[in-house]
Design a protein around this ligand. Structure first.
Ligand code: NAD
Ligand code: ZN
Length: 340
């Protein structure tokens, strides 16, 4: 089969012929139809410090996908050939306390599809049955291919008490703007999104942000007055991975606010602890999705009318992967689909 492989410890990927994965008794072989490029894939493409530390080579990469079941292992009970599926990309151990208590997203032994085990940028992918998510018919193929980052946004936003509250989101990347749509759908009074990139802010507006703030041109403080937000935002979602994004949330938070951190901040990030302590803020870290409650909530919200389709800005056949990756790296795109 054809696959995109991290072959060398250097920038780029190669499109090459590799064997179709073997499946074990509890695995499912998926014929991949649509995939999407994640920030993680661009780290691997660029071969930055994180990728060098975490990704063994050679490796077929990619973890955002949808497709159809081609074959099932002998012990697979709940999934049939031909079914339309996606999958949770975090493989959990099944033995630790978290896994045994049914909170798999807290498993300390999590491995990533397309990072530690062969991924979905290929014609076929093997996934353990317990990670498969059967796609309901109301979710389009393209949205099915981005349920992983969409789920990051759902997990982060729904960790906070949104209805009737003012929500500040720092970072208008794909996950930030989907979070804006979710917060609005969940009944926020207002959703303010910040970013230095005007194109990205335009897309945030399209997805439902009440007000966008270009941090190079405007102050959050002024917008707070404009929207009559009296003593700050009750909810903050950090989606930039930039220390200033976090500090803006802390400064703009209302006493007692809850702040959820999805963006991956540098280890050297400094914050003013007085803001956390004297405003009695709650800060929660977010990793991945709750397995599978986030998936079901997300699916049900789409059924109920939540729309994030405009987060997808480009589509490429897999053969044009280089152009797709360079477009993603340029920072001007939303989600990019690779068709198989
Ligand atoms: P992205 O890199 O596409 O978007 C980040 C955005 O933040 C960009 O638009 C950038 O212009 C903006 N930004 C930079 N500095 C800013 C600042 N000071 N204030 C406001 N905005 C600023 O990322 P994404 O794919 O949308 O993901 C969001 C973040 O979540 C990234 O940091 C990513 O690494 C992280 N992530 C975490 C998990 C997890 O499980 N914790 C999963 C996926 C992604
Ligand atoms: Zn575990």
């Amino acid at each position: 089969m054809k696959a995109l492989v991290k072959q060398e410890k250097d920038r780029g990927l190669v499109l090459k012929e590799v064997p179709v994965p073997e499946i074990g008794p509890r695995d499912v072989l998926v014929k991949v139809k649509k995939t999407a490029i994640c920030g993680t894939d661009t780290h691997i493409y660029k071969w930055d410090r994180w990728a060098q530390k975490n990704v063994p080579v050679p490796m077929v990469i990619g973890h955002e996908f949808m497709g159809h079941v081609e074959k099932v292992g002998s012990d697979v009970k709940g999934i049939k050939v031909g079914e339309r599926v996606s999958a949770e990309g975090h493989l959990t151990c099944g033995h630790c306390r978290s896994c045994r208590e049914g909170v798999r997203h807290l498993c300390p032994n999590t491995k990533g599809i397309g990072v530690h085990t062969p991924g979905c940028f290929a014609e076929y992918l093997s996934v353990p049955e317990e990670n498969i998510f059967k796609l309901p018919p109301h979710i389009s193929d393209e949205i099915s291919a981005i349920l992983d980052p969409f789920g990051n946004a759902v997990h982060t936003a729904l960790s906070c008490d949104i209805p009737g509250e003012d929500v500040l989101i720092t970072g208008a990347g794909p996950i930030g703007i989907m979070s804006a749509a979710i917060a609005k759908f969940a009944g926020a009074r207002s959703v303010v999104v910040t970013d230095p990139n005007p194109k990205r802010l335009e897309r945030a507006k399209k997805l439902g942000a009440t007000r966008c703030v270009n941090i190079r041109e405007e102050k959050i403080k002024d917008v707070v007055e404009e929207l009559s937000i009296w003593d700050g935002f009750s909810v903050g979602l950090e989606m930039s991975g930039h220390p200033d994004g976090l500090n803006d949330l802390l400064k703009s938070a209302r006493p007692g606010a809850k702040i959820a951190l999805l963006g991956i901040l540098p280890q050297t990030t400094l914050i003013d602890w007085d803001l956390v302590i004297f405003k009695m803020l709650t800060i929660k870290g977010i990793y991945g999705r709750e397995i599978f409650s986030t998936w079901h909530k997300m699916s049900n919200m789409v059924y109920g009318g939540l729309k994030v389709d405009d987060v997808i800005t480009h589509r490429f056949p897999y053969q044009d992967f280089e152009e797709a990756f360079e477009t993603m790296i340029s920072g001007d795109s939303g989600k990019i689909i690779l068709e198989w």
